[in-house]
Design a protein around this ligand. Structure first.
Ligand SMILES: [Zn+2]
Ligand SMILES: [Zn+2]
Length: 355
């Protein structure tokens, strides 16, 4: 059978991007479905095989002033001294740990648009915040799939009519948002900012990630209303430079990619760790899970480093641990891991399930 030429170029393009992730491994199809990472050659234990940068991230509201917006530095709750704001935002600023981090932020292409969008979000949140969670629609699975489709079609119509009106009239349409939605929006703004710069490598990988939006919405039905609110808020409040990247499909993809690909940003101290926020690291998202992982991730500043935990043989699959449930028995591990929408069939699970 002949493969149409446009399909070849698409596959080639995808492979070309994936092959730039790391000199140590290739990303290819696994035998059990989906992509995975396989070593080109043997790799000694303790090798740093990938350094990944966040494409979009969010810092929790409680830690906004205590975490550096560039390097995620957190100094035991001390307020960060270096701040960046804009003339029309009196009470809002973005915090940095040093002059160096502040300059690095300002050296980003279109940083001012990003900065304005972040400050604007904080300013609007003081007026548009709510603690009221979205209502949970009552429906069976197949019925609800139709509901999802129908609701988003309505959003498309809403969007088309909004775009016909002047942006000066948009203010009165802005919906109220919860803190969770605020965090999600902040992450989306980071992704949109990186999309304005077509040369960001992580941005090109982003489209190849697996979105689990539908599965997640089917499991937590109130998210449907929540995601629609997020879309509307982003449309109505984003700077003009972001507008051309905003449409229901792409925003859903950005949110969907976050659901199972996000890495938590935790304090680096030993013992009790605080959750500072989360980030999406596309190049670090192709590792599958194993209950006997041979890769471990370490956060150094805002980068995630992936290191080998054991000597790796040629063609071995490189796997990390998703959930820190390795001490638990197989049934509990599988239940906890189902949050990522898969049933673990790693060698250890298969063996323990038999006995
Ligand atoms: Zn910093
Ligand atoms: Zn397992």
């Amino acid at each position: 059978m002949e493969i149409p030429s446009e399909e070849i170029t698409l596959v080639d393009k995808e492979q070309a991007i994936l092959s730039q992730i790391s000199p140590f491994f290739q990303v290819s199809e696994t035998k059990y479905g989906g992509k995975g990472c396989f070593s080109y050659e043997s790799i000694p234990r303790g090798t740093d095989i990938l350094v990944s940068k966040p494409l979009g991230f969010t810092i929790s509201k409680d830690f906004k002033k205590e975490v550096c917006h560039k390097c995620f530095n957190y100094d035991n709750g001390k307020t960060m001294k270096f701040r960046l704001s804009l003339p029309t935002f009196k009470n809002q600023s973005i915090c940095f740990c040093s002059e160096k981090c502040l300059s690095a932020f300002k050296s980003m292409k279109y940083y001012e648009v990003y900065l304005r969008s972040l400050l604007n979000l904080d300013k609007l949140y003081t007026t548009f915040c709510t603690e009221e969670m979205a209502e949970v629609p009552v429906a069976g699975v197949s019925e609800f799939i139709h509901t999802i489709k129908g609701k988003w079609e309505q959003v498309e119509q809403w969007d088309a009519s909004v775009l016909k009106t002047k942006p000066t009239k948009w203010q009165k349409l802005i919906p109220k948002i919860t803190e969770t939605e605020y965090l999600e929006i902040k992450y989306v703004l980071g992704v949109l900012h990186n999309q304005t710069d077509a040369f960001v490598f992580e941005s090109r990988l982003f489209d190849l990630l697996q979105s689990n939006e539908i599965s997640k919405v089917l499991k937590f039905k109130n998210l449907l209303v929540s995601y629609i609110t997020i879309f509307k808020f982003i449309r109505l409040t984003s700077p003009p430079q972001f507008q051309k990247f905003i449409n229901p499909l792409d925003i859903r993809l950005i949110i969907g990619n976050n659901l199972t690909n996000a890495f938590g940003i935790w304090t680096l101290n030993e013992g009790d760790k605080d959750f500072l926020g989360f980030g999406v690291y596309p190049s670090g998202s192709f590792f599958n899970h194993s209950c006997t992982p041979n890769i471990i991730k370490r956060r150094i500043n805002n980068e995630l480093h992936f290191l080998t935990l054991a000597d790796i043989q040629k063609n071995d699959e490189l796997c990390i641990d998703y959930g820190n449930y390795l001490e638990e028995p197989v049934n509990i591990r599988r239940k906890e891991l189902s949050e990522w929408f898969f049933i673990c069939t790693c060698k250890r699970c298969e063996m323990e399930a038999q006995t």
